[in-house]
Ligand binder design. Structure first.
Ligand code: DX5
Ligand code: ZN
Length: 210
């Protein structure tokens, strides 16, 4: 088993003191920063966008894994790349031409992730698995931090790991939503290479021990 990495989600950070949030990420085991972008349409809330990410970029050299929970991500990837994203992950459910967008993100020189909500079957991404660098398996319905992990989604992670082995592919598997100190071992065992955590990390309950 490869050593998993932790990507704390900034959504649960104190936005009045981002410098401390980044310090906590860097000293408490974070190897990447998960940056949740919400547009108030694909999901009900609005978080932050390109100018804020550009400013945050000055606070850390860790890779920024930008999780776009937006409609029409194809209109925004250039500006998020410009703002300082290293990885750009978009939702299969948010756009029609996923294949084209994956190519475009790669043309921008960025790593590309595809994400699926709990109700989207793994089969719907089978054709594009050879072309992505990351699959972000949502274990909650996206839109809010602090929700409870949906158990059947963990099984999707283990199935995805098996598919990756069978097809000889090498994308990373990331888990996002409701990961805490009680279930982190389970999601790692299922096959997560990258563990996203917001509320459990920033409340200090999830200690990274991998
Ligand atoms: C949910 C976001 C998550 C969220 C995770 O829509 O994509 O990244 O911040 O937060 P927790 O770990 O609190 O579920
Ligand atoms: Zn996220």
């Amino acid at each position: 088993m490869n050593k998993p990495i932790l990507a704390p989600s900034l959504l649960s950070a104190d936005f009045s003191d981002l410098a401390s949030a980044f310090k906590m990420i860097e000293t408490q085991g974070g190897s990447a920063v998960h940056v949740d972008v919400m547009d108030g349409a694909f999901v009900p809330q609005i978080s932050y966008g390109q100018p804020v990410i550009k400013s945050m970029r000055k606070l850390s050299d860790l890779p920024f894994d930008v999780h776009l929970m937006v409609e029409k991500p194809e209109l925004m990837v250039d500006s998020f790349a410009e703002a300082g994203a290293d990885w750009i992950t978009f939702h299969l459910e948010s756009t029609v031409h996923a294949d084209r967008l994956i190519n475009h993100i790669h043309e921008l020189g960025k790593k590309c992730g595809i994400s699926i909500v709990p109700s989207t079957p793994l089969e719907s991404i089978s054709e594009i698995l050879p072309f992505v660098d990351l699959v972000l398996v949502m274990t909650v319905n996206p839109g809010f931090g602090g929700q409870k992990l949906i158990p059947y989604c963990v099984e999707k992670i283990s199935r995805l790991k098996k598919i990756r082995e069978e097809k000889g592919l090498d994308f990373k598997i990331s888990v996002d939503g409701g990961v805490n100190e009680n279930n982190v071992d389970e999601v790692v065992k299922a096959g997560s290479d990258i563990v996203v955590s917001g509320s459990a990390f920033f409340s200090g309950k999830l200690k990274w021990e991998y």
